[in-house]
Design a protein around this ligand. Structure first.
Ligand code: NAD
Ligand code: TYD
Length: 339
């Protein structure tokens, strides 16, 4: 099978490339990535020598480039990870999110319509469901929960989901969608909560917790997410949405304190800063459908996954030190100085 992984030089896409090469050695994997600030060829360094792997630089919102990709590579499956993915950046500047996440997805779908495809899989997020109140721990997102977005990021992802469903119904594109909770693990870009806190703690910098740190996220180890997508593209039913999550809910403060404890650092590094605008309170996935229908269940508990993740950042300083010495510095001072 020839699989095009868009956004494969990013966090989850990169992990997915390795997952497929390891678990399906007969598959051919083509990573198609624009290499934005979040894309990093060093993430794919260990795949470059694999004869079943190829990297193609390109933009999902460039129609000519996407059509050329389809003509030359003749993909059977597309897994679309490519996106602008950071909520804080979307609050600062929404437009690029609309171009990449909505227009880009529509161009990929047009290519599927024009050239044909066996499966188009859209990697979506639980953020399309909005948030749940903190005082209702009995509530969870199911696949039929209404779409109700809070940030330009989540609105763009929900728009893309609706387009995928429209193309599936109107043009019979064999599409599936997965909506996953927050991921963590190796190669996670340091603008996101977990890697940012690990790296700041290692560098003796303050750990900026938004608001009171009571917001809840449902954390999934990235390899479990990759396993779920792999099952969906092979066994999932066309036209279906699958929620992915593992009942690993933690408040942000719990996450930050756990990281400090693993690193043997004091909680005096925590600094409460101005809250995110429109900050979602709680995300929590009900994964019953994918568990009963496809037999997927997460294998890594948060307490083990976070240990493995911290160990990875300790062992791979070169990967992240290069990132934080570049344009990331400007980003950090724009977002965090005077917050
Ligand atoms: P990321 O920001 O780490 O990586 C995104 C990748 O997409 C980068 O390699 C970037 O270069 C590439 N890209 C961006 N714009 C592109 C374009 N126009 N054309 C081609 N490539 C482009 O993101 P991530 O955290 O790995 O998330 C991947 C996907 O999973 C996204 O669609 C995101 O919405 C979704 N998702 C993420 C999480 C999470 O916790 N990180 C949870 C659920 C769903
Ligand atoms: P993030 O990793 O940006 O993921 P998302 O917003 O998609 O859930 O943030 C996770 C949580 O951590 C979210 O509630 C915002 C919070 N947060 C902080 O408190 N401080 C930070 O510096 C960052 C980046 C996030």
């Amino acid at each position: 099978m020839t699989i095009v992984v868009t956004g494969g030089a990013g966090f989850i896409g990169g992990n997915f490339v390795y997952y497929i090469l390891k678990n399906h050695p007969d598959d051919k994997v083509i990573c198609y990535d624009k290499l934005t600030y979040a894309g990093n060829l060093e993430t794919l360094a260990d795949a470059q020598d694999n004869p079943n792997f190829k990297f193609v630089r390109g933009d999902i919102s460039n129609r000519a480039e996407v059509y050329k990709l389809f003509e030359e590579e003749k993909p059977e499956v597309i897994v679309n990870f490519a996106a602008e993915s950071h909520v804080d950046r979307s609050i600062e500047d929404p437009e690029l999110f609309l171009r990449t996440n909505i227009i880009g997805t529509s161009i990929l779908l047009d290519a599927c319509k024009k050239f044909g495809i066996k499966r188009f899989h859209q990697v979506s997020t639980d953020e399309v469901y909005g948030d749940l109140p903190l005082d209702r721990p009995d509530l969870f997102f199911t696949e039929t929960t209404n779409l109700h977005t809070s940030s330009p990021y989540s609105a763009s992802k929900a728009s893309a989901d609706l387009l995928v469903q429209a193309y599936q119904r109107t043009y019979q594109i064999p599409a599936t969608i997965s909506r996953c909770s927050n991921n963590y693990g190796p190669y996670h870009f340091p603008e996101k909560l977990i890697p940012l806190m690990i790296i700041n703690a290692l560098n003796g910098k303050k750990l900026p917790v938004y608001g009171t740190g009571e917001n809840v996220r449902d954390w999934l180890y990235v390899e479990d997410h990759c396993a779920a997508i792999d099952l969906i593209i092979r066994k999932g039913r066309v036209g279906e949405v699958y929620n992915i999550g593992g009942h690993n809910e933690r408040t942000n403060l719990q996450v930050v304190k756990t990281i400090l404890k693993i690193l043997g650092k004091g909680e005096d590094l925590i600094e409460f800063v101005t809250d995110r605008k429109g900050h979602d309170q709680r995300y929590a996935i009900d994964p019953t459908k994918i568990s009963t229908e496809l037999g997927w269940n997460p294998t890594t508990k948060f307490d083990d996954g976070i240990q493995k993740t911290v160990a990875w950042y300790l062992e791979n300083r070169g990967w992240w030190e290069k990132i934080i010495s570049g344009e990331y510095k400007e980003y950090y001072s724009k977002m965090y100085d005077n917050r």
